[in-house]
Design a binder for this molecule. Structure first.
Ligand SMILES: *Cc1c(COP(=O)(O)O)cnc(C)c1O
Length: 517
């Protein structure tokens, strides 16, 4: 097992040098830290370290450090024996510790999760955002970010097709928060009294409920937070492809109604977390309309496929959704977090945090406050989340994103075909996006009583530090899962991973005891 067990092996050294006299200002305020030249000097050192980090294309999925050793290493950096370590040296050591531990998202060995190796220029734009510090819920504090949100809303709407100015888009910090916001808007729309009177306003009436497919855990969490109660989640049957079975939706909803539930919202996934499967949005929209349900599409993972001419069809019917989210920090390859939350009907976007959505219009916003988003999003002080996306979109256009999305989805299909040619591997689905689930099932596995073989393989791969893949349960049984987020991965790299899985799997079988011994 590869564990880093001292500071040196993590690559951190604290060389000592002459103490640097600090400029003591009246009142003890050290004005040095505000010095623009010092800022530049430090930034240049940081950038050159990051350049080195980005240039390293070796296969290294994860460097898993013993947390107690890392804790000590971090504490050691906080002490400076008699001021012998300069600020610059400490900063350099901190950066080394930071980038060498943890997940290596820029390495071709990283195939495990949905967050991405980022487009490096985004980090530079983040630097601007952090320096100018314009919290973006209010136009007066962040003018450019707020107009840019409108621009990006219109850019995405080219692929959705709503009437100009009839819809709304809000940025928010992550998909979980975006879905909670959308579901609050849905609840307040269908049960307007709850916002001021609380959930007890509905006593004696059928209980509010939400119907879901293979939803991400953020949805049940939102249901809990909203006071609807997790027990009021109606699970719609799922098919082999991990999608909602459309012909089972009506009977399931009707059965829920008979149990005394009032389903008011249907949540579908555009890219399930498990397999990257797309629920049939168009057909679900027809049912939602017929039954007067709010249709929310959780496109945190796959919503970005909208920008791809080849793949957009997977979101067919998206224009009929009441709300729809996409995480730009997943398939748009930006640093976390940047989520776009769309509402088909603009006035409803003001409904999440108030009882009466029309209130805001009575207030008669002026030309400035009309651009505020504070009424529509949770955050009061909010990062200007849209800037990374807009700047890159402006410099490179949608092709930058679309070509990488197309490549990764194509690669996933190729990986599926590679697996199908390997008799000791089992595929579980034809991939729809860039997520693929499979199992390693060698013949000699049957002779051994090996519980959670797939999980054991995954964990040992992680400890090896070369590849990082994930695991997921499908129909109660563990399987291996890869998520391709990195354009440096290709078919050969995937074959290298399979060789590693085989090697580790056979090692594990050798170590375990056969059943009849
Ligand atoms: C990742 C994911 C989420 C959660 O989004 P965060 O940005 O991590 O909060 C929600 N739904 C789906 C389908 C996801 O894949």
């Amino acid at each position: 097992m590869y564990l880093t067990d001292n500071l040196e092996s993590i690559g951190v050294s604290l060389e000592t040098s002459e103490p640097k006299p600090s400029i003591d200002q009246p009142g003890g305020l050290d004005l040095d830290v505000f010095d623009p030249q010092l800022f530049r000097k430090n930034a240049e050192m940081v950038i050159s370290k990051l350049e080195e980090y980005l240039a390293d294309s070796s296969i290294r999925g994860l460097s898993l450090t013993n947390p107690y050793i890392l804790l000590q290493a971090a504490k050691d950096l906080m002490t400076s024996e008699g001021g012998v370590v300069t600020v610059e040296e400490k900063l350099a050591a901190i950066i080394d510790l930071y980038i060498k531990t943890g997940i290596q998202v820029h390495s071709p060995g990283y195939m495990g999760r949905q967050f991405s190796g980022v487009i490096p220029l985004a980090a530079v734009i983040d630097l601007i955002s952090s320096t100018v510090n314009q919290p973006s819920s209010f136009y007066e504090a962040a003018q450019l970010p707020n107009v840019v949100e409108r621009i990006m809303a219109d850019e995405f709407n080219q692929f959705i097709g709503w009437e100009r100015d009839s819809f709304a888009m809000v940025t928010t910090s992550g998909g979980s928060l975006a879905s909670l916001t959308a579901l609050l808007a849905a609840r307040n729309d269908k049960f307007p009294r709850i916002w001021s009177e609380g959930i007890l306003a509905l006593e004696g009436q059928p209980r509010p409920a939400i119907a879901v497919g293979d939803a991400h855990y953020s949805i049940s969490r939102a249901v809990g937070i909203m006071g609807i109660g997790e027990d009021q989640i109606v699970r719609l049957p799922i098919n082999q492809k991990n999608q909602i079975c459309i012909d089972k939706v009506r009977p399931t909803l009707e059965a829920a109604e008979k149990r005394g539930l009032k389903v008011f919202c249907l949540v579908a996934s555009a890219g399930t977390t498990t397999m990257g499967a797309f629920d049939p949005i168009d057909e679900l929209a027809a049912i939602a309309q017929e039954k007067n349900l709010w249709l929310h599409i959780d496109g945190a993972h796959g919503g970005s496929l909208l920008v791809s001419d080849q793949l957009r069809h997977k979101l067919k019917g998206i224009e009929k959704a009441d709300s729809f989210i996409l995480d730009a920090h997943k398939m748009m390859f930006l640093p976390a977090a940047c989520t776009l939350l769309f509402y088909r009907n603009k006035p409803k976007s003001y409904g999440a945090f108030r009882q009466n959505a029309s209130y805001v219009f009575e207030k008669k916003p002026d030309i400035y406050t009309e651009f505020d988003s504070a009424e529509q999003n949770f955050e009061c002080t909010k990062r200007p989340l849209i800037m990374n996306l807009w700047v890159l979109w402006t410099l490179y256009g949608k092709a930058l994103f679309a070509s990488k999305i197309d490549y990764l989805c194509q690669l996933t299909l190729q990986a599926y075909e590679i697996l199908n040619d390997e008799p000791d591997f089992q595929t579980l689905h034809q991939p729809e996006a860039n997520i693929l689930c499979f199992r390693y099932l060698p013949v000699n596995l049957r002779e051994s009583a090996f519980p959670d073989f797939q999980v054991a393989i995954r964990n040992r791969i992680r400890e090896g530090g070369k590849f990082f893949i994930s695991k997921v349960d499908i129909e109660g049984k563990g399987c291996l899962r890869v998520v391709f987020m990195n354009h440096q991965i290709d078919g050969d790299r995937f074959r290298t991973l399979l060789r590693e899985i085989r090697k580790i799997g056979q090692e594990l079988l050798k170590e375990s005891k056969p059943i009849h011994s």
